[in-house]
Design a protein around this ligand. Sequence first.
Ligand code: GLY
Ligand code: MN
Ligand code: MN
Length: 446
Amino acid sequence: MLLLGNNEVPMNYKGNPYPFRQDSSFLYFTGVQTPGFALIMDMDSGEDTLYGYDLTVDDIIWMGALPGVKDWAAVGGLTSTADFAQLEPALNAAQKSGRKVHILPPYRNDHKILLSRMLQIPIEELNSAASEALIRGIISLRSIKEEREIKQMEAALRTTHNIYLRVIKNALPGVKEQILAGLAEGMSIQEGGRLAYPAILSRDGQILHNHHHGHLLKDGDLVLADIGAEGPMGYASDITRTFPVGPTFTARQRDIYQIVLDAEVSSIDMLRPGITYKEVHLHAAHVITEGLKALGLMQGDSEEIVASGAHALFFPHGLGHMIGLDVHDMENLGEDYVGYSAEVRRSSQFGTAYLRLGRALETGFVLTVEPGIYFIPALIDQWKNEGRFRDFIRYEMVEQWRDFGGVRIEDNVLITSDGHRVLGPPIPKTIKEIEEVKMIPGTRRS
Ligand code: GLY
Ligand code: MN
Ligand code: MN
């Protein structure tokens, strides 16, 4: 079995790379946190060999005396090491003796080129040449988090908790979104890590993966922030909070917020081993539908609405995903291998089709719960013009909300043998808790 560690990726020239991030499966097995390594696990002999470079004097002059291949091998409990130049001959020897080399589907271009050359497989065939046995084996290991992994995730969540307290307090009229995004990123670096994914922080909460931070915030705005620090060993956190720029939520903001909160809290309450996450997702869709009916935005039978998919005008994404060393854990290994099973297949219906995790939950899974309600003008216009779900959606009412933005609330939850545990220190979430953070003296500018 061959696992490639990641290499540096140039931003604009070779010597100016993007921040280094190790491949998560390689990290899981080796603990190696620097570029230029690979691991072969020989399943017949039981021998594992770490391939890498020892530092030259030139390297030491420019980068200092960083750990070499033997030092990293010791970190991962490996005894056999070899120079990276020996990797290709070792693979060729295995192939010549008729042995299969198990690889994962590559997602980085340099790995595609390297694998193609070393294994003599055309680049476009590498994905189908990836080993389903290796993919499934690694997913079965990484899906179940051990206690020491939970500790790492909770360390990440402590940083994320501190970030939210400061970001919510400082979301004031006259502050630009980028000040808050910079504050979050800076705090993660101050803790010795980075963010697990680019921060989403915008008054345009309806744009789901929005990385623009250019608005000047004003009283009456609602900010959606989706931010997660990475822990010291690379474990992710993934939290969303939505909060007002003014001292309190407006009446309309409260109405939508409370529906999303009810959907989030009641979905978390359902979590236990054996329940399928698809069922929990559909429950959240049901709560959102009931709430929107009460506000006059939808009408009809809630069961029929959720079965039809009409709620996805307002809740167009999945309820959550696995989280671990990756924020969308193991997504590079194949979303359906991670999140679905022979019993639970992915839906093809708009909205539910984006659900990354649908299968039955098991003790030791860690997942996100992240319902939301959004008013997406382009989607409203499209559905309205096509007359979609006219019996269920009161478009004349929806028009009055089209500039509202969006609300999402997201937490990270461990499945335990008798239920679940929300990980990390509690981050203000109820309307009262959030307004209290905004009231802490000395933080308001206006
Ligand atoms: N932060 C991306 C997500 O919530 O899935
Ligand atoms: Mn998120
Ligand atoms: Mn998420």
